[in-house]
Write a protein of this length. Structure first.
Length: 53
């Protein structure tokens, strides 16, 4: 479950999904039912570059 307090980073997948970051630095993928993408911005960026997400 994603924390309620998240900050938007941008859209992915043609605007179908969204990235957001929690105050802890964890990055989430999705909207209302957002799931954890990575525990940090660096790890999330690596996943996105490698095509894992």
């Amino acid at each position: 479950m994603a924390p309620r307090s998240r900050y938007p980073l941008g859209a992915v997948d043609g605007g179908v999904s969204y990235l957001s970051m929690a105050p802890t630095g964890a990055v989430y993928l999705g909207m209302d039912d957002a799931g954890l993408l990575a525990g940090s911005g660096d790890k999330a960026l690596n996943k996105l570059i490698e095509g894992v997400a």
